[in-house]
Design a protein around this ligand. Structure first.
Ligand code: UT7
Length: 323
C-alpha cells in the first residue's frame, strides 16, 4: 500500500510577541483570566510585510531542508488557511511561485482550525490515488488581521504563524507498523455555522469581516466531537489509545485538550501543548506543536502520533501517523 510519510517539518512565527499583559492594555482583561480559562500566556502577531504567504514560504523552506528534499521534488501544495493573502488566487499558488515550482498543482483548503487535518487527509488520499508523490501540506494563518481588537472574548485567544509537512509517497506493507499516515477521519456539521464565523465576505458584505465566536457553545461540543472522531480513527487503524506516543492536538484551549485526553484514556504527559506561547493559530497550530516536540527531542522516528482539530463550520477531524 502507498503510504504518505512525513519526511520533513518546518515552521515560521512572526517576530513580534504579544503577552497577556500587552493585551490587558487594549481590552478589559487580565493575565490571570486568560491563563486560567485558556492556558495562553503569549502569541505572535504578524508585523508589516509578514503575511500568510510569507510565513508559509518560510515554513516550507525549513520543511524541505528538514526532509533533505528540494522544491523540484514537490508536485502538490495544499495550504490550509482562513486568512489568505487575497480572496484569489489561492495563496498556495503564491507559495508555489515563491518556491520556484512550476509543475503539479497548488490549492488552498478552508476548514478553519481543522484545516491542517483536512489537508493531511486530502494529501494522503491524493498520494494513495497516485496523483502526487511529493506534497507540501501547510497550515498558515494571520488571524490577527480578522480579529476585532475591541472584543475581549475573542482577541485574547488567537495568534499568527505557519507550519508545513513534506509528505512523500513510499511503499508500505499496509499494516499499522508502516511509517506514514495510518488513517484519518473528517467530519462537519453546518448547523453550527453561526457559532464561529467571520461576519463578512466577498459575496455578502464585500468586506473581509471580523471573527465572531460563541466560545461557550464551541467548548460544549469540542470534547465530545473530538473524542468520537479520534475513537473512529483508532478503531480503523487497530490501535489502542494507550499505544499513542504523542498526542498533538489543535491548540484552542488547555481545558479542551486535557478533556479529550482524559476521555480517550491518553496520559496527560503525552499531550504536546504549545498554547502558552502561540495561542490558537488555527490551521497552523498542529504543525507548530509537532515541530516544537521534534526540536526538543520528544517525537522520534517510528513513534505513533495522534493529531486532531475542531473549528468553524463546525468541522473536525483526526489523523493518526507513524512518524
Ligand atoms: O479553535 C477553534 C475552536 N475554538 C475553541 O475551541 C474555543 C472554545 N471556547 C473556549 O475556549 C472558551 O469558551 C473561552 C476561552 C472562549 C471562554 O471561556 P469560558 O470559560 O467559556 O468563559 P465564558 O465565555 O463563559 O465567559 C465567562 C466570563 C464572562 O463574564 P460573566 O458573564 O460571567 O460575567 C465573560 O464576559 O468571562 C468574561 N470574559 C472575560 N473576562 C476577562 C470573557 N472574555 C474575557 C476576557 N477577560 N478576555
Amino acid at each position: 500500500m502507498m503510504r504518505s510519510v512525513i519526511k520533513g517539518v518546518g515552521t515560521s512565527l512572526p517576530a513580534r510577541v504579544m503577552t497577556n499583559a500587552d493585551i490587558s492594555k487594549i481590552v478589559d482583561t487580565s493575565h490571570e483570566w486568560i491563563v486560567e480559562r485558556t492556558g495562553i500566556h503569549a502569541r505572535h502577531i504578524a508585523g508589516e510585510g509578514e503575511t500568510t504567504r510569507s510565513l508559509a514560504v518560510a515554513a516550507c523552506r525549513k520543511a524541505l531542508d528538514d526532509a533533505g528534499m528540494s522544491a523540484a521534488d514537490i508536485d502538490l501544495i495544499i495550504l490550509a488557511t482562513s486568512t489568505p493573502d487575497n480572496t484569489f488566487p489561492a495563496t498556495a499558488t503564491m507559495v508555489q511561485a515563491d518556491l520556484g515550482i512550476t509543475r503539479g498543482a497548488a490549492f488552498d483548503l478552508q476548514a478553519v482550525c481543522s484545516g491542517f487535518v483536512y489537508a493531511l487527509s486530502t494529501a494522503d488520499a491524493m498520494i494513495k490515488a497516485g496523483q502526487a508523490k511529493g506534497v507540501l501540506v501547510i497550515g498558515s494563518e494571520t488571524f490577527s488581521r480578522i480579529l476585532d481588537w475591541t472584543d475581549r472574548t475573542t482577541c485574547v485567544l488567537f495568534g499568527d504563524g505557519a507550519g508545513a509537512f513534506v509528505l512523500s509517497a513510499e511503499q508500505g506493507k499496509g499494516d499499522n507498523k508502516d511509517r506514514g499516515i495510518l488513517g484519518s477521519n473528517l467530519r462537519s456539521d453546518g448547523r453550527y455555522n453561526d457559532k464561529l464565523y467571520v461576519d463578512g465576505g466577498p459575496s455578502t458584505t464585500k468586506t473581509v469581516g471580523y471573527l465572531r465566536m460563541q466560545g461557550r457553545e464551541v467548548f460544549k461540543h469540542a470534547v465530545t466531537n473530538l473524542s468520537s472522531v479520534v475513537e473512529d480513527v483508532l478503531i480503523d487503524a487497530k490501535i489502542s489509545a494507550s499505544e499513542i506516543d504523542w498526542f498533538v492536538p489543535h491548540q484552542a484551549n488547555r481545558r479542551i485538550l486535557e478533556g479529550v485526553a482524559k476521555k480517550l484514556g491518553i496520559d496527560e504527559a503525552k499531550i504536546v501543548m504549545t498554547l502558552a506561547h502561540h495561542g490558537n493559530t488555527s490551521a497552523a497550530s498542529i504543525p507548530l506543536a509537532f515541530d516544537a516536540a521534534l526540536k526538543d527531542g520528544r517525537i522520534k522516528r517510528g513513534q505513533l502520533i495522534l493529531m486532531e482539530a475542531m473549528g468553524g463550520g463546525f468541522t473536525w477531524g483526526a489523523t493518526l501517523a507513524r512518524y
